[in-house]
Write a protein that binds this ligand. Sequence first.
Ligand SMILES: Nc1nc2c(ncn2[C@@H]2O[C@@H]3COP(=O)(O)O[C@H]4[C@@H](O)[C@H](n5cnc6c(=O)[nH]c(N)nc65)O[C@@H]4COP(=O)(O)O[C@H]3[C@H]2O)c(=O)[nH]1
Length: 586
Amino acid sequence: MLMLLASVLFAAWLAGYRSRMAMRHLGSHGQRQRLVSAVFASMREGVVVTDLEGRVRVVNSAFRSISGYAEEELLGHKLSMLKSGRHPSTFYSEMWSSLARDGFWQGEIWNRRKNGDLYAIWLTISTVPDASGAPYSYVGVLLDVSPLKQSERQLDYLAHHDVLTGLANRLMLLTRLQKVLRQSRQPEQGGALLFIDLDRFKHVNDSLGHPAGDELLCQVAVRFGECLRETDLLARFGGDEFVVLLEGVASANGAATVAEKLLQGLARSFLVCGGNEVIVGASIGIALYPRDGDSPDALIQHADSALYNAKSCGSNAYRFYAEAQTRAADERLAMEVALRRALDHDEFVLYYQPQVDARDGSLIGVEALVRWRSSQRGLVSPSRFIPLAEESGFIVALGDWVLRDACAQARAWLDEGVPLTRLAVNLSARQFRQPDLVERIRAMLDGNGLRPTLLELEITESVLMDVAGAMEKLGQLASIGVRIAIDDFGTGYSSFAYLKSIPFDVIKIDKSFVGDIGRDQASSRIVATIIQLGHGLDREVVAEGVETAEQRDFLLAAGCSSCQGYLFSPPFPARELDAWLRGEPY
Ligand SMILES: Nc1nc2c(ncn2[C@@H]2O[C@@H]3COP(=O)(O)O[C@H]4[C@@H](O)[C@H](n5cnc6c(=O)[nH]c(N)nc65)O[C@@H]4COP(=O)(O)O[C@H]3[C@H]2O)c(=O)[nH]1
C-alpha cells in the first residue's frame, strides 16, 4: 500500500511539477491551458472534480475507463452512483467529516463499475478552496488497485490451500480449529476431528510412479468431499494424510457415521494414469472436542494416536481416541528410554536353556535368552521389551550385545570342558537386515576362537518373508559355516517353495503345538507332520516348550529326539549350567 500511496503522490506531484514548469516556460494563458488539459487527459490515475455535494464537474479519461461510464453519464451526477454497497454508511460519513475537518481524505474504497463489477481503488480527496479560502470543490485522484487485490487474494489462497488437491492445507485447518475451539467450551458445542491415512498409498507411488500417486490423491480428495457437508472442513495434511473437521458433530455416533461414509467412499476402485485400476483403503483416528483436547495441537495429537490404533487393526478401520492410549504411548516412550539406559548400566543378562537329546537327557546345546533386570521395573520379560526394541531399532545394539556375550560365555564353557556343541541365539528382523551382519558374526566367532558350526541363529519364518535379499544373506551365513534354525515353525506363513530353496539346518516346532500334544488331536498331527517334513528335507527337528513326559514320549515316538522345555530345565543364568550338568536332568 505504501508503494501505491507513493506512486499516487508522485503522480500528483509530477502533474503539478509539469504544469509549474510549463507555466514558467510557456508564456501565454492559452498555451498553459492546453498543456494542463493535455496532462489531465494523459494521467494514468483517474481524476474527478466534484462540487461540495459530490456532483461531478470534471473527469479525465482514466476515470472514465476505470468506472466504465461515459463522460455524459457522469457529469452532474453524484459520485454516490458508484457505491459498491460493501461499506457501511458510517464509512462514508467518516470520510466526509475528515474532509470537512482536514480538507483531505485518503484510503481504499470499493466501487462498482457500470457493468456491475466491483473494484477497489486507492483514493486521495483534497478540498479545493476558492479565492476567499472557502471550500469550493473536491478533487479526487484514484488508482485502480483491483489487480493488486487479485494477486493478494491469490497469495492468500496459496498460503491456505494445498496446491495439488485444492483442499484446505494445514495452516487453514489450524486457523479454523483454533477458532472453533475458542467457541466450544461446552460439550454440546463440540465437534470431531478425523485424522485419515490412506493404506497402500506408498505401494501406488512405488509401482505406478508419483504422477499416478498425485492423481490418486486428487481423486480421493473428490470422493471424500462427496461424503461431507459444505460446513465440514476437509484438509490435506501432507503426503497421504487428510484431516476432516466436523463442527457441530458432538456425539461419537455422528463422527462414526461420517468415518464409515468416508471409508465407504473408497470402496470403489480408482482409475489412474490412463486406466490403471487402483484400490486404496484408509485408517481413521477420531478425537472429539472439547472432550479430548482444547488446543489444536492436543486434538491433532490425540486423533493421530487414535489413528495409530486404527492402523494396528488392519485396513479400513476407525478408532476413537482413548486416554489409555496416551498412557500406553507414554509408557512405551519411557520404556524405550529406559531400554537404552539399561545397556549402559549392564542391566541385561543372558539366561541359557539347555537343548537335550530326549533319549538320554544328554546336552546338545543351549539357547541364549536375554533378560532385563531393570533397577526400576524389576525383571522384565523379553516378550514385553523385545517387540519394543525391534520397533525402535534398539534391537540392533541389544542383539549385538547378546551375540558378543553369548560367544564369550561359550568360549568360557568350552575352556572349562563343558561338552557344548551348539549355541542358539535369536536373531531379529532388524538385525538380519544389517548389511554387515555376516562380517560382524565372523569377527565375534574369530575373536573368541569358536567354530562357526557351534553358532545356530534362530530366525522366524516371518523374518525370512519380510527381508529383501533374505536368501542371499542366508547363503552368506551358510557359507561361513553358521547354522540356521527356523524358529516358531508353523506359526508364520510357511511355504514349501521357500523351505525347498533356502539353506537352513533346523526346524524348531513352536511350543504352542507341542503344548497341545495329547490335548488336541489336530496339534498332535501337525507336530508329527512337521517332524516328517523336517526329516524328509534332511533337516534336524527340535521341539520347544516340552513340559510333560507325555509330550516327550509322543515326540520320541514321532522321531524327534531334540527337545527343549521346562521338563528338562527352565532357562537359567550361565553359572548354573555346571550344577545342571552334574545333577539328574529327569
Ligand atoms: N511355556 C513354556 N515356555 C518355555 C518352555 N521352555 C522354554 N520356554 C520359553 O519359550 C521361549 C523360547 O524362546 P523363543 O521362541 O526364541 O522366544 C523368545 C524370542 O523370540 C525373544 N527373545 C528372547 N531373547 C532374545 C534375544 O536375545 N534376541 C532376540 N532377538 N529375541 C529374544 O523373546 C521370546 C520369549 O523369550 P522367553 O520369555 O525367554 O521365552 C523363551 C523360553 O523361556 C516351556 O516348557 N514352556
